[in-house]
Design a binder for this molecule. Structure first.
Ligand code: PBG
Length: 325
C-alpha cells in the first residue's frame, strides 16, 4: 500500500515511543497518605488497604526515612486519636496525635513535606465531619471555626501545608485569615474543593475509623451527578484563597479533573481514593489484571489534567517509576 500516514512508525520500539510520549508520571507528582495511631512499636497492616499500615509515631518516623530514600518527599497525614468526643477536641489539641507526629518526623527528617488532612470525622464520636446541632444537623459556621483551629495547630507543629477535607462552606477564607493572623502566611492550603459523596471511600473509613454513626455525608459532600457544580466549588475556593484545588475521587471523575483543569490556572490535585486502590489491588491479587494496570490508571489521572496525585500506590510505584522516565 502507498500510505503517507503510518502512525505505527512512531511505535516501532521503546526508544522512539519514549521520545513521543505525551504524558509522563514522576515520583514528584505523588503524595503518599499515611495513618498514625497512638502507642509504640506499631506497624499494623490495614485489612481494607493491603500494603498500607497504621503506624505509631516511632514507626512512622522510620517509614518516612525509607520513603525519602525511595524519592517520595510528599506525605499526607491522617490521625487516629485514642479519644473521641462530640466536638472532636483532640483534633486541635497541641498534643494531638497528628501534632506530635509532625514534630517527631520533622525532628529527624528534613527533606519531607508534610500535608495534613483537616477534618473532624476521625475525632468526633458520631463520625461526621462537623459539629452537630441538637437535632443532629451539621452546623456549618461553628464547624468552620474549629477547622481553622485544627489547621493553625498543625501549622504550629510544623505542617508544611494543610488540606481541609470537610466540605463546609466558607472554610478556606476563614482558614486563610486565621493562618495569616497566627503568622502562617506562607502555609499553603490545598482544598478538597470538589469532593463527591462517594462509595469509593469505604476502605478508608475502615482504616480511619470514621464511618458516620448515623446518616451519610450527602448534606456536605457533592452529588456525583453534578459536573457543573464542580466549577462553582472550584471558583469559590480559588476566590477564598486556596492554593491548590483537589478533585476526589479520581478514576471515576476524570471528566471533572479535565473540566477544572481547562478552566482554572491553579495546580490540580486528584485523590486516587481507597476504593479505587482496593479494586485494583484485588484484581491484581486474583490474577485478573497485570500489575502494570497501576501505572496505567495513575497515568490516566495525570493525562486528564491532574498535576498532583494522592495515592496509596505511591510507595510501590516509586521504585518502578525510577527506571521508566
Ligand atoms: C475525611 C476524609 C475521607 C477521605 C479523605 N479524607 C473520608 C470521607 O470523606 O468519608 C477519603 C479517602 C479515601 O477514601 O481514600 N473527611
Amino acid at each position: 500500500m502507498e500510505l503517507k500516514n503510518r502512525p505505527r512508525r512512531l511505535r516501532t520500539n521503546g526508544i522512539i515511543r519514549n521520545l513521543v510520549r505525551e504524558t509522563k508520571l514522576n515520583i514528584e507528582d505523588l503524595v503518599y497518605p499515611l495513618f498514625v495511631v497512638e502507642g509504640e512499636n506499631i506497624k499494623k497492616e490495614i485489612p481494607s488497604l493491603p500494603n498500607n499500615y497504621h503506624f505509631s509515631i516511632d514507626k512512622l518516623v522510620e517509614e518516612v526515612k525509607e520513603l525519602t530514600k525511595l524519592g517520595i518527599h510528599y506525605i499526607m497525614l491522617f490521625g487516629l486519636p485514642d479519644k473521641k468526643d462530640n466536638i472532636g477536641s483532640s483534633a486541635y489539641s497541641d498534643d494531638g496525635i497528628v501534632q506530635r507526629a509532625i514534630i517527631e518526623v520533622k525532628k529527624e527528617i528534613t527533606d519531607i513535606y508534610i500535608i495534613t488532612d483537616i477534618c473532624m470525622c476521625q475525632y468526633t464520636d458520631h463520625g461526621h465531619c462537623g459539629l452537630l446541632t441538637e437535632d443532629g444537623k451539621i452546623e456549618n459556621d461553628t464547624t468552620v471555626e474549629k477547622l481553622s483551629k485544627i489547621a493553625v495547630s498543625h501549622a504550629k507543629a510544623g505542617a508544611d501545608m494543610v488540606a481541609p477535607s470537610d466540605m463546609m462552606d466558607g472554610r478556606i477564607a476563614h482558614m486563610r485569615r486565621e493562618l495569616d493572623s497566627e503568622g502562617f502566611k506562607d502555609t499553603p492550603i490545598m482544598s478538597y474543593s470538589i469532593k463527591y459523596a462517594s462509595s469509593f471511600y469505604g476502605p478508608f473509613r475502615d482504616a480511619a475509623h470514621s464511618t458516620p454513626s448515623f446518616g451519610d455525608r450527602s448534606s456536605y459532600q457533592m452529588d456525583f451527578t453534578n459536573p457543573k457544580e464542580s466549577l462553582r466549588e472550584a471558583e469559590i475556593d480559588i476566590d477564598e484563597g486556596a492554593d491548590i484545588i483537589m478533585v476526589k475521587p479520581a478514576l471515576s471523575y476524570l471528566d471533572i479533573i479535565r473540566r477544572v483543569d481547562e478552566k482554572y490556572n491553579i495546580p490540580i490535585a486528584a485523590y486516587n481514593v481507597s476504593g479505587e486502590y482496593a479494586m485494583i489491588k484485588m484484581a491484581i491479587k486474583n490474577g485478573l489484571m497485570d500489575e502494570k494496570v497501576i501505572y496505567e490508571s495513575l497515568l490516566s489521572i495525570k493525562r486528564a489534567g491532574a498535576d498532583i496525585i494522592i495515592t496509596y500506590f505511591a510507595k510501590e510505584i516509586a521504585e518502578k517509576l525510577r527506571g521508566r522516565n
